[in-house]
Ligand binder design. Structure first.
Ligand SMILES: Nc1ncnc2c1ncn2[C@@H]1O[C@H](COP(=O)(O)OP(=O)(O)OP(=O)(O)O)[C@@H](O)[C@H]1O
Ligand SMILES: [Mg+2]
Length: 450
């Protein structure tokens, strides 16, 4: 056994980088989050060769003061929290003080900034290369805000580089990252260029119409056409956003954006609540599409669960689950055929980014969207309301009763696999009968009697 050594700072950063910087898209995420935290209203992203050669993010935020520039690249250096208590209610996207240190340990990084607070109006730059060099601060010309350039990602960690996929795949992930953030901040303008070609230009969206237009540009117009807008509030929780109609189900869970206090998250509890809400109206194996925002007190949710901050922990997870489930279940139960123009199955299946532009603004007609109110009665559909969708064989008859609430969260995940008494629809016959499969075998359901 060797003796114990303290790792050099550089090696420690490279090890830590493994957690935060998995691929070019993770760099983009961290840089954009920093820009958003700095109060920027405009973000310009330039990418070359899928981000491996260059990722440049320019913002018009508050900037970094000269004396803080080198510090910004050090591990555990952050302006966002100062004490443990701050972790209890985090309002910023970053707080760990390690993203720039990690990125700079596996790339050639330069940081240029003019701080709003700089009384002399001078901008400064620091450059580091795999943290081999001492960060030297030199004067530079730069407007108020910050530009971070990350070149030659993983140039000094060849093993990591080998895990990268094709340029197209890596850029696709970057684009997805930008989309996620663009949906989290309608008030911010985003531009994205790849190999000097413009890929996205999203103007700041203020009115409801403009917001919906952005959702259409990011998720595809067919999603907006085939979704309803929801906005509900209960017990200090607010849920708003767009949820797809049962007719717009997808074979993959690829059009699902869920934000908690502006941060995109992936959460089992959330996914389960939404799945349950759609259970009666979607074929087994189909996935709903949604862009949803949950807002609650920052003290009611812990974001310090994982280095990538993709996971959260709710203090009262039962409350959150029940709220999401009942809000969406009722919203779906209120859907009337006139709330939407049925999508063609092809449109529902096309990748979101193939559904974009080339469309006129009229495509995002506000008329096709009606806010749904959360009525306590939970109204029941007339089957005829569903006949159009049913003819298309896309969804199953919704249950008249809201699903019973789950007894405990422990049961939650097991319940997921429970098969409903009438099973899952697998086909529709003559527009009248549904052929379903449950745990005992095949059953035929007369839709008018069910
Ligand atoms: N674009 C920017 N504009 C202004 N300040 C920035 C910008 N990017 C980074 N900073 C400053 O540099 C510090 C370090 O950034 P870094 O991303 O490493 O850590 P963090 O954002 O505080 O936490 P996390 O590791 O969770 O992202 C930030 O706290 C912030 O003060
Ligand atoms: Mg950060």
């Amino acid at each position: 056994m060797h003796r114990i050594n303290l790792l050099s700072q550089r090696l420690a950063n490279q090890i830590a980088a493994g957690e935060v910087v998995e691929r070019p898209a993770s760099v983009v995420k961290e840089l954009l989050e920093n820009s958003l935290d700095s109060g920027a209203t405009r973000l310009d992203i330039d990418v070359e060769q899928g981000g491996v050669k260059l990722i440049r993010v320019r913002d018009n935020g508050s900037g970094i003061q000269k004396d803080d520039l080198a510090l910004a690249l050090s591990r555990h250096a952050t302006s966002k929290i100062t004490e443990l208590a701050d972790l209890e209610s985090i309002g910023s996207l970053g707080f760990r003080g390690e993203a720039l240190a990690s990125i700079s340990s596996v790339s050639r990084l330069s940081l240029q900034s003019l701080a709003a607070a700089a009384s002399d109006g001078l901008a400064w730059q620091v450059q580091v290369e795999g943290q081999d060099m001492e960060a030297a601060v030199t004067p530079v010309s730069h407007p108020e805000g910050t530009t971070v350039e990350v070149r030659d990602l993983f140039f000094n960690t060849p093993a990591r580089r080998k895990f990268l996929r094709t340029e197209k795949t890596e850029f696709g992930r970057i684009e997805e990252t930008v989309k996620r953030l663009a949906l989290s901040r309608f008030d911010v303008q985003f531009t994205l260029n790849h190999n000097k070609r413009s890929v996205h230009q999203l103007q700041a969206a203020r009115s409801d119409f403009e917001k919906q237009r952005r959702v259409g540009l990011v998720c595809g117009p067919a999603f907006v056409e085939n979704s309803v807008f929801v906005d509900m509030e209960r017990a200090g929780l607010r849920l708003w956003g767009w949820v797809s109609l049962p007719t717009f189900s997808r074979s993959q869970a690829d059009l699902q954006y869920f934000y908690v206090n502006g941060r995109i998250i992936r959460d089992k509890l959330v996914a389960h609540a939404i799945k349950q809400a759609y259970r009666d109206v979607l074929f087994h194996g189909r996935h709903p599409a949604y862009v949803l925002y949950l807002e609650l007190s920052s003290a009611a949710v812990d974001v310090n669960v994982h280095p990538t901050k993709h996971e959260v922990r709710f203090r009262d997870s039962r409350l959150v689950h029940d709220f999401l489930f009942s809000a969406l279940h009722k919203a779906l139960a209120e859907v009337r055929p006139e709330d939407h123009i049925a999508a063609s199955a092809d449109a529902a299946e096309a990748p979101a980014n193939q559904l974009q532009p080339g469309t006129s603004d009229d495509f995002y007609q506000m008329e096709s969207q009606k806010p749904l109110t959360l009525s306590e009665s939970g109204s029941v559909h007339q089957l005829s309301d569903y006949s159009r969708g049913a003819e298309r064989g896309q969804y199953y008859q919704p249950s008249a009763q809201p699903r019973p609430q789950l007894d405990s969260l422990a049961k939650l995940y097991e319940a997921d696999e429970e098969i409903p008494p009438l099973g899952y629809a697998i086909a529709q016959l003559h527009g009248i009968y549904i052929l379903a499969q449950n745990k005992d075998g095949l059953i035929v359901v007369d839709m008018h009697a069910a």
